[in-house]
Design a protein around this ligand. Structure first.
Ligand code: SF4
Length: 397
């Protein structure tokens, strides 16, 4: 049974309520669902139903294709002027001796470590400190591009940019334009957390607001940069806050078309000020991927960080709307492990990542940051796999 037949079968189910049938019909017809319908999916949608809808959309857009890239991370600092209640990664300025703060030379050493390696992207993210200012990043971007022009720089989030541009007395547009001229190529999706102002105030009250986050992405899009968007879910927010978050993203995407991927990030409860808040189940993770695939009809990709959610859940997520499981990574990144991720030393070779995708019947494609195809691994045979075994037999003269 293909994905369409499954959905048509689902609609005929007498036990399915009329409102959920109406949503399924909309999905088959390619129509957008409303805010209230988004909330209804969270309240009433069972895993099997949501998976059927999300997989229908995923396969209509991408078939079995599943994307990953080869990248490495630089985390310039884990010291931070902010104090997000859910953050187990950062160290406050007053505890800065427990953290690290790199200089531009240190960051360039990491870039140089990858000379000759087939990586296509450097992903830069971390805390916010005064000395890592506009000129600091301008210098790094310039040196990085001069050293390796083909390396795509996906760097920083509106949290850093808001702080940096304010200190430099530049508008969001002018600041981004300048850094783009220095070598910045695109922006990752972090710092969005949850847009609702009351919840945001409680969990991340002192960093940029939802409006500032959205404006910085809008300005980046107006400069021709592509960006991603995240959502931190499963803490003190309600379902309506998740839909509100996605709705604001959907509206901006209608206006600019500049977002590439939506990345739901699960709240983990280790090592920070919100450790008393229980984590949601894997079932809720999968429901959330599926609903985001259904709601964000103008986003091309839904991405899961395998390092955050574990390899098994990443495989499952591919049946719930996800078509991208991020990068090969290596063990230089600390942001996942310190944030309570399933993988404490996240590293996977290309072959392992390809096999992970193939094991669930999907078609692995290595992409660049902008989803250009680097290698289609559909029929690639690795040297160590499927080799016929020959035994030497005694030769009879
Ligand atoms: S989440 Fe980001 S902005 Fe907030 S404290 Fe942690 S590093 Fe700083």
């Amino acid at each position: 049974m293909n994905a369409t037949q499954k959905l048509e079968f689902l609609i005929q189910d007498h036990n399915l309520s009329a409102d959920l049938k109406a949503i399924a019909t909309k999905v088959i017809q390619g129509e957008r669902i409303s805010f209230d319908e988004g909330v209804l999916l969270y309240e009433k949608g069972e895993l099997g139903y949501l998976g059927a809808l999300a997989n229908f959309i995923r396969e209509k857009r991408h078939g079995d294709k599943t994307y990953f890239n080869r990248n490495f991370h630089i985390e310039p600092t884990n010291v931070c002027v902010y104090d997000c209640k859910f953050c187990a990664y950062s160290r406050l300025i007053k505890e800065r001796e427990q953290g690290w703060e790199m200089d531009v030379d240190g960051m360039m050493e990491i870039v140089q470590k990858y000379d000759g390696e087939p990586v296509t992207e450097v992903h830069i993210t971390g805390g916010v400190v005064p000395k890592q200012n506009l000129e600091f990043y301008a210098e790094f971007f310039k040196r990085c591009k001069a050293h390796r022009p083909d390396l795509h720089i996906k760097g920083l989030t509106p949290v850093e940019y808001y702080y940096i541009f304010k200190k430099a007395k530049l508008s969001h547009y002018d600041g981004l334009k300048y850094l783009k001229e220095c070598g910045l190529d695109s922006m990752p999706g972090g710092g969005a957390e949850i847009f609702d102002s009351e919840i945001r105030e409680k969990i991340a009250g002192d960093k940029c607001t939802a409006e500032q986050w959205l404006d910085i992405h809008e300005q980046a899009h107006s400069l021709g940069m592509r960006t991603n968007a995240t959502m931190l879910y499963g803490h003190i927010e309600e379902f309506k806050h998740r839909v509100d978050h996605m709705d604001r993203l959907r509206q901006l995407q209608d206006k600019t078309g500049g977002f590439q991927a939506f990345i739901p990030l699960k709240f983990r409860n280790q090592g920070h000020q919100m450790s008393d808040v229980p984590e949601v189940s894997v079932i809720e993770d999968l429901r959330n991927y599926a609903i985001s695939r259904i709601y964000l009809d103008n986003f091309e990709h839904i991405k899961a960080y395998w390092a955050m959610i574990s390899r098994d859940t990443a495989q499952l997520s591919l049946a719930f709307g996800v078509d991208d499981i991020d990068g090969t990574l290596d063990d230089t990144t600390k942001i996942y492990s310190m944030a309570g991720a399933e993988e404490q030393t996240p590293a996977m070779s290309t072959q392992q990542l390809v096999e992970l995708i193939r094991q669930v019947g999907r078609h692995p494609i290595e992409r660049d940051t902008l989803y250009g195809v680097i290698t289609d691994f559909k029929d690639v045979v690795f040297e160590t796999e499927n080799k016929p075994k020959y035994y030497s037999l005694p030769v009879v003269e």
